[in-house]
Design a protein around this ligand. Structure first.
Ligand code: SAM
Length: 281
């Protein structure tokens, strides 16, 4: 069998296609359509509501960059909250840090984790770690009512549409800050400066008034819209470069495929048009 999956980007009248050699799973949860298929080059691909969430080939880039930047800045990231991220890739990377004692994953959709545990064990297996608790509920509801405090919050969400929309409001960002410790850091996936410019601008405008410090950094992710992706780094206290802990990286000797100390610094060097989008508010 040979067919093609096409993710459409209607706003920019463009699309991205992958050859499909096998459909592994296709179903619908209470919240969204979930599919896994195999591509000859990209390996297994997780698709939610017709958008590529990850591929086995390039997921390391997204998952390393959404986690290790903040984890090499915060001096004691003991308690981490992951919102979204039901596939487990972010949790897998967070747990590479020995100083992380507890991870709470809050995803709205239990079925994402169930399907990933079954078909993508290399990405999801750390969801079963003793350090991890998985809670399946709306991240907005959780954050609004939580009495816990965290050192790091990672928002590993779908796009700001459908169930993901609430994770991009200023009210939600305020609630996140409330449950961060005084020196806490928030990281979020911040969309594409080319294809989803408006979403990125909105994130910057809404986050900036909430946190004393807000920076953006980038990564090259071939299977995401435009292949070029931004992340937000919002903090109560730490600067992503001035407080970067190279010594921690040297001591830990982690096995990573994308992130390294030089890249940590370089990732914050943005092209002029991106700087304008995120810093000219
Ligand atoms: N890296 C991916 C991307 O940007 O394409 C995101 C991957 S992860 C699978 C996204 C997760 O966010 C999904 O499992 C989805 O169920 C979850 N999600 C969406 N809206 C949510 C909400 N309001 N609360 C908690 N989780 C949510």
């Amino acid at each position: 069998m040979e067919t093609v999956f096409t993710e459409k980007y209607p706003d920019v009248k463009a699309s991205f296609s992958l050859e499909v050699s096998r459909i592994i799973y296709s179903g619908k949860s209470e919240f969204q359509k979930i599919e896994i298929f195999e591509s000859p080059f990209f390996g297994k691909v997780l698709v939610i509501d017709d958008c590529i969430m990850l591929t086995e080939k390039d997921e390391f880039i997204y998952h390393e960059m959404i986690t290790h930047v903040a984890l090499h800045v915060h001096p004691n990231p003991s308690k981490v909250l992951v919102i979204g991220g039901g596939d487990g890739g972010t949790v897998r990377e967070v747990l590479k840090h020995q100083d992380v004692q507890e991870v709470l994953l809050v995803d709205i959709d239990q079925m994402v984790s169930e399907i990933c545990r079954k078909y993508l064990p290399e990405i999801s297996s750390q969801l079963s770690s003793d350090k991890v608790t998985c809670q399946y509920q709306d991240g907005v509801e959780f954050v609004m009512h939580s009495k816990d405090k965290f050192d790091l919050i990672i928002i590993d969400s779908t796009d700001p549409v459908s169930v993901g929309e609430g994770l991009f409001t200023q009210q939600f960002y305020h609630a996140c800050r409330r449950i961060l410790n005084r020196d806490g850091i928030l990281i979020n996936q911040a969309e594409s400066p080319i294809y989803t410019r408006k979403w990125l601008q909105d994130i910057s405008r809404k986050l900036a008034p909430v946190f004393p410090g807000l920076d953006f950094y980038h990564a090259h992710i071939p299977t995401y819209p435009s292949g070029y992706w931004l992340f937000g780094f919002a903090s109560n206290k730490y600067h992503p470069l001035k407080d970067f802990r190279r010594d921690k990286f040297m001591k830990q000797n982690l096995s990573l495929n994308y992130y390294n100390p030089e890249l940590h610094k370089a990732a914050f060097v943005l092209p002029n048009y991106v700087r304008k989008l995120v810093y000219d508010r």
